[in-house]
Design a protein around this ligand. Structure first.
Ligand SMILES: C[S@@+](CC[C@H](N)C(=O)[O-])C[C@H]1O[C@@H](n2cnc3c(N)ncnc32)[C@H](O)[C@@H]1O
Ligand SMILES: [Zn+2]
Length: 147
């Protein structure tokens, strides 16, 4: 059975394909699980060198390679003003609504990239506060200082 009735996937103005809410979603709801292959840091590094954009940090020992067709959450785009965030719960990653979301809105989360090579990841999220690069919110002030 299709387990993602609250999301549909179609062309996004941000990039390529994105995930969109098919119905209103309440703040705090688990929208979709971010699933994938559980991999060690060495394999994770290898995947990052191969520019696999679907690597997700799980903990100090393991990462998740979400580059599998059974992970629909891989299609969610990044935004500087996201309506969802990734949360870890009991060793699983969930995409959780940060606020009430209306049917039809694109579902986004912050990819939480660090400042390494940030210029290689321009952001086209379209948010009023877009900082221009795909970057974790904690680095926004540093980027703004750099001008
Ligand atoms: C995990 S995929 C997301 C799904 C993607 N839209 C697709 O069609 O495959 C991640 C890639 O999507 C693109 N992307 C996601 N959010 C973006 C954003 N806010 N601005 C520009 N590109 C974005 C980047 O190329 C990134 O490497
Ligand atoms: Zn942005």
């Amino acid at each position: 059975m299709e387990m993602h009735q609250n999301i549909t996937f179609r062309d996004s103005l941000i990039h390529g394909t994105g995930g969109f809410a098919t119905r209103d979603i309440a703040a705090g709801s688990q929208v979709v699980e971010y699933v994938g292959r559980k991999i060690g840091k060495q394999e994770s590094l290898r995947q990052c060198e191969l520019e696999n954009p679907y690597i997700f940090t799980l903990d100090d020992e393991f990462d998740l390679d979400g580059n599998v067709d059974w992970n629909p959450a891989r299609l969610l785009n990044h935004s500087c003003a996201p309506n969802c965030e990734a949360q870890e719960e009991a060793g699983r990653i969930w995409i959780v609504a940060l606020r009430d979301i209306r049917a039809g809105e694109e579902l986004t989360f912050n990819y939480n990239y660090d400042l390494t090579d940030y210029r290689e990841h321009p952001c086209r999220c379209g948010a009023a506060n877009c900082v221009g690069y795909i970057l974790a919110e904690e680095f926004f002030p540093e980027l703004q200082e750099r001008g």
